[in-house]
Every structure is written in C-alpha cells, then in structure tokens.
Design a protein around this ligand. Structure first.
Ligand code: C5P
Length: 310
C-alpha cells in the first residue's frame, strides 16, 4: 500500500507588527516568521471510498471537518474536480495546540503538499499557495517555511536571502494557557486602533522599514539581534499570567540573544547562539519552570517548511 509521510514544522515570530485594518476585516501585518524543528508528522494513505478520515495520537484534538487538515484535503478535491479521491491521514501531534506556533496551519500545509503527491494532482507551488491562503493566514508561510518576511494578512511572502544563521530556541508554554487569536487581535484594535496606519502607501513604508531595518540586517549578516517586536505581546502580556511570568523567567537568563512571545501566544521563546547554550538555559531554569508548571522544548531554526520525509 502506498504511504507517504510529511513533516509539518512549527514557526515562531521574530517580528509581528500590526500596521492597520484591511477592507476584509483582517489586520494588515508586517512579520518575520521562522520555522523551527518542533515537528508534527502526517502519514497519508490513499483510500478508494472518496472519504477523508483523520486520526490523531493526541486525545481531544478534533478530527472532523473542523480540522484544517480535513479542510485542506477537501479543498484539493474541489480544485481538482475529483470528489472520488479519498485518504486515511494519521497525525502524530508534537506541536502544542493553540500556542501561537502555527501547528494547525502547518498540518494543513503538509496535507496540501502530501496529498498533491499522493493523488498525483501536480498542482504548482503557486496553486498550492492560493489554496493555503484560503485555509488561513499562516498556512501560506508554512509551505516554503524557513525565514520569510510576511505581509498582507500573512500570505505575501518574501524569503530572507541569504538565509539567517541556525540559531537555537528555548521554547516554553504553560499547558493550561491558551490565547484566542481573534481575541488578541480584537484587544489590539481596541487599544491601538486609533493609531493604526491606513492606506497602501503608509503600509509600504513600514514594509520597507522592516526590509531595511536592524532585525533583517542582523539575520542576514549574523550580527547582534535588536529587541524583537511583537505588537500582540503588548496586549497579551498584561492579561495572561503565564505569559507575564514566563517572559520574566526568560528575560533573567544571561545568554539570550532575544526573548519574545510567538504570534498571539501563549508560547514564549528565547534565542541562543547554539543548542548547548539553549540546553544550559533550560537546565538553569528547570526548577522554576517545574514550579510554575511550564513545559519546555529546545529546538533549532529550520530552513524549510512542510516537506516529504525520505
Ligand atoms: O486566518 P486565521 O484563521 O489564522 O485568523 C484567525 C483570526 O485572527 C481571524 O479571524 C482574525 O480575527 C485574526 N487575524 C487578523 N488579521 C490577520 C490574521 C488573523 O485580524 N492578518
């Protein structure tokens, strides 16, 4: 029986700037997103019954039509005009859910990549990108992954060239904490809406400032990183206790290159020059992380997004 495995890596935000509000109700963003090697795996098999069936090793995760993997599969079938296509999909979940790490979005991107091959559809990367944008704002990034400047809702991608050095990441998340993305953007609008930019010219000036700014230069050249900006962090940190306490733990570490929240949270991360330093920081914080109930992971930057294994 034909079987394919696809890796779906998580992402962190090295920059998340809310520029303004768009006509479609979404926020216009300027971001730098980075894939990391904390990875879900999808195992795909064709089935002849025209059904998409999803199973997952993490209890409680919805596996019905509300799961983005199933939505991705159904969208591919519609675009191909082939309702008879079926697949059995097994999701091995490693990325924490509802964490600001784009786990669900990356799973959807991996489903697009894998099923396109499994079903022999031969959709081009551009066609897959357009389907990804239909599924969610972070899904387009998760296809190529690596380090990308992301504009628009998040779907307009510009790869960072040359690629940035492979930094190490100490990621922490409180298992009981979750932040609703619409809530975070809603709060941002309440608090900062009056100073939002408007109009394409103003947006483009900020995009250009990001392209030419200290962060992108440091990532390209490998120099010291400036403090990272995440506009949603300013909204979430005062209201979510574990984000507040987790950031203070990470900020106390001596060797971090930078500390920030990812996406709309509640995942938090510190960046380090190498894996050894990240592991040392994890060991140094072990007692406090355990006391406050944080889960933690040490991982590294990854150069690519959703990808076939082997
Ligand atoms: O596109 P996605 O489904 O990931 O977005 C989830 C929610 O996050 C949206 O419904 C919206 O409330 C908010 N959002 C936004 N602007 C963006 C991306 C997301 O306001 N660019």
């Amino acid at each position: 029986m034909l079987e394919l495995s696809v890796e779906a890596p998580a992402k962190i935000n090295l920059h998340l700037e809310v520029l303004g509000l768009r006509a479609d109700g979404f926020h216009e963003l300027a971001m730098v997103m980075q894939s990391i090697d904390l990875v879900d795996e999808l195992v795909l098999q064709p089935s002849a019954d025209g059904a998409i069936s999803l199973s997952c090793d993490k209890p409680g995760l919805p596996t019905d039509g509300s799961n983005l993997i199933v939505k991705a599969a159904e969208l591919l079938k519609v675009r191909a005009g082939l309702p008879e296509l079926g697949a059995r999909i097994e999701l091995r979940k490693r990325i924490p859910v509802g964490a600001g790490l784009a786990g669900g979005s990356s799973d959807a991107a991996a489903a697009l990549v894998g099923l396109n091959i499994l079903w022999g559809l031969e959709f081009s990367p551009t066609e897959l990108q357009s389907m990804a944008a239909r599924l969610g704002s972070d899904v387009p990034f998760c296809l190529p992954g690596g380090t990308q400047l992301c504009f628009g809702r998040g779907e307009r991608l510009e790869a960072l060239v040359p690629a940035c050095p492979a930094l190490a990441v100490l990621l922490i998340k409180h298992p009981d904490a979750s932040v609703s993305t619409p809530w975070a953007y809603g709060r941002c609008r309440e608090q900062r809406g009056r100073s939002y930019l408007s109009g394409e010219e103003a947006f483009e000036r900020r995009r250009e400032a990001l392209r030419r700014g200290a962060l992108v230069q440091a990532l390209r050249m490998g120099g010291p990183l400036p403090p990272l900006r995440n506009d949603l962090q300013a909204v979430v940190e005062p209201e979510v206790a574990s984000v507040h306490s987790g950031l203070s733990l990470l900020r106390r570490l001596p060797d971090t290159l930078a500390v920030a929240m990812s996406g709309s949270g509640p995942s938090l991360f510190g960046l380090f020059a190498d894996r050894q330093q990240a592991l040392a920081a994890q060991a140094q914080l072990a007692a406090q992380l355990a006391e406050e109930g944080f889960a933690s992971w040490v991982c590294g930057f990854r150069r690519a997004g959703a990808m076939l294994v082997g």
